[in-house]
Design a protein around this ligand. Structure first.
Ligand SMILES: NC(=O)c1ccc[n+]([C@@H]2O[C@H](COP(=O)([O-])OP(=O)(O)OC[C@H]3O[C@@H](n4cnc5c(N)ncnc54)[C@H](O)[C@@H]3O)[C@@H](O)[C@H]2O)c1
Ligand SMILES: C[C@@H](CO)CCC[C@@H](C)[C@H]1CC[C@H]2[C@@H]3[C@H](O)C=C4C[C@@H](O)CC[C@]4(C)[C@H]3CC[C@]12C
Length: 437
């Protein structure tokens, strides 16, 4: 089924806040706890002074307050740079850092396209610096990196639909990453976290299943498509750079995070599939057997892993430097289509068929036809449907992870339960729908 990227249409989801609602209301479970605890601490110190004269109590409070100020002035000293900070994942990383990294003094957000939502962040206690720039331009990257303690490099060209040329994908994903590494070395930045992908491992071109594998599971990683090839090369460069001396003589410490298919608020492909379903009268047609498992992970948990890994890399460079970690959480193992229905179902869409409605050979034919059409139409227009031989192979090959390496190395536990991840994603879809009406 050729599934085209969509425009906006109204749908059957219930009315909620507008799309901005999820942006402005963004918060994480741990944050509320931290604030409550801070308040609780104040109450405790006041309670201790209750029976003393009022002046002593006030002085005590003032003292504590001054101490707090001094502590936070000392603690807030780190400068972080997030490349691709205005993307789907990048925005979540940025917001998570602001909420969960108390040592942050300045947060630099580097992206080709800056989002208007950055403005709202500039009123907080952390200095937020928005930098419009291109990772393929070494001098722009170096200027942004200079003086940063940590770089989280999420910028990338995510394209499995043939929208960009293989050369452009390589330029952004590989040359862009080289520029980030060189900038760290030249300017003296010691910590680099790279957002890699499950695709550096697989599925491979032979369609071998990767069933609940971990970072050490043997697998023949062979790629031909430009996107996974570029991510694999970039990851290799990042890992090889671990231990290089940066300006000032200290060693560069790097590691790579490999998310499986990310979902959550802001997920463009989910949006496209939703509107596709609306165009088809509220129905989607099963194309992939329900038994093919596809790994998924909630964007908030991926963002949390980035924040945690960046923090712990500074504490445990010997253990974590040069390592790769799959991103995982408690999201259930399901087929790509069944998993999407967890969100699309509550928005009124139905998945028709308990088995694929078309035989696989026919789907392959349609996918090949789409590829041919894309090629023929290229001089006139960009035809980039969701279904092509590569995306079909991705959706039709089991690839799931089961690991606890992140927990063992840096104490990672998902911040969001599956129920919460699901609820947040559904709310976002409902808000998106009501703002479209
Ligand atoms: N979405 C997923 O399911 C998924 C899964 C695994 C890994 N990843 C990786 O996560 C990262 C973020 O992906 P995403 O899904 O948020 O994609 P995205 O397209 O939403 O975000 C990428 C961001 O990078 C920016 N960017 C692109 N080219 C740039 C350039 N030349 N210079 C500066 N900025 C540039 C874009 O403007 C965008 O804001 C990517 O590196 C991707 O490979 C994504
Ligand atoms: C055959 C169609 C019938 O419904 C469904 C096509 C679905 C595809 C468009 C997606 C299936 C698997 C997705 C990819 C996967 O989740 C992991 C990814 C890794 C990441 O680095 C980038 C995104 C992606 C390639 C993701 C893209 C969309 C799928 C191919």
């Amino acid at each position: 089924m050729p599934v085209e990227h969509s425009g906006h249409q109204g749908g059957p989801c219930g009315k909620r806040v507008g799309e901005e609602g999820w942006r402005l209301g963004w918060s994480v479970p741990g944050m509320a706890r931290r604030e409550e605890q801070a308040e609780g601490d104040n109450h405790l110190s006041l309670a201790g002074n209750e029976r003393r004269p009022a002046l002593v109590a006030s002085l005590g409070t003032l003292g504590l307050w001054l101490q707090d100020m001094a502590d936070s002035a000392q603690a807030q000293k780190l400068v972080y740079l997030v490349t691709g900070g205005c993307g789907f994942l990048g925005e979540h990383v940025v917001r998570m850092l602001l909420q969960q990294e108390p040592r942050l003094r300045e947060l630099r957000i580097f992206d080709l396209h800056l989002g208007p939502w950055l403005e709202e962040l500039k009123t907080g206690p952390v200095q937020v610096t928005a930098i419009q720039g291109d990772v393929t331009q070494a001098h722009e990257v170096a200027a942004a990196v200079a003086g940063a303690h940590v770089v989280i490099h999420t910028a990338g060209l995510v394209d499995v639909f043939g929208k960009a040329s293989p050369e452009t994908i390589h330029e952004v994903n590989v040359q862009g990453t080289k520029n980030v590494i060189e900038a760290c070395v030249q300017t003296g930045t010691q910590f680099l976290v790279y957002t890699s992908s499950m695709e550096v491992v697989g599925p491979n071109i032979k369609g071998h299943p990767f069933y609940r594998g971990n970072e050490d599971t043997p697998y023949e990683a062979v790629h031909r498509h430009p996107y996974p090839s570029s991510k694999a090369r970039a990851e290799q460069l990042v890992l090889e750079a671990n231990g290089r001396k940066v300006r000032g003589g200290l060693p560069l410490v790097t590691c790579a995070l490999r998310p499986t298919g990310i979902y959550g608020e802001g997920h463009q492909i989910m949006r496209d599939i939703y509107y596709q379903g609306l165009r088809l009268g509220g129905r989607l047609f099963r194309a992939i057997p329900a038994s093919v498992e596809h790994g998924r992970v909630y964007v908030g948990n991926v963002a949390w892993m980035h924040v945690l890994v960046a923090r712990e890399l500074q504490q445990r460079p010997a253990l974590m430097g040069g390592q790769v970690y799959f991103c995982y959480d408690k999201s259930p193992y399901k087929s790509y289509e069944d998993f999407n229905m967890e969100f699309l179902g509550p928005c009124g869409l139905r998945l028709v068929g308990t088995r694929p409605l078309l035989p696989y050979w026919l789907l392959m034919l349609l996918a090949a036809l789409n590829a041919l059409l894309q090629w023929l139409l290229r001089p006139l227009l960009l035809y980039a449907p969701l279904l092509n031989p590569y995306t079909l192979a991705m959706a039709n090959t089991t690839f799931t992870v089961s690991t606890n390496k992140a927990q063992r190395h840096f104490g990672y536990e998902p911040l969001f339960s599956w129920e919460e991840s699901r609820t947040r994603t559904i709310r976002w879809m409902q808000a998106m729908d009501s703002s479209a009406q």
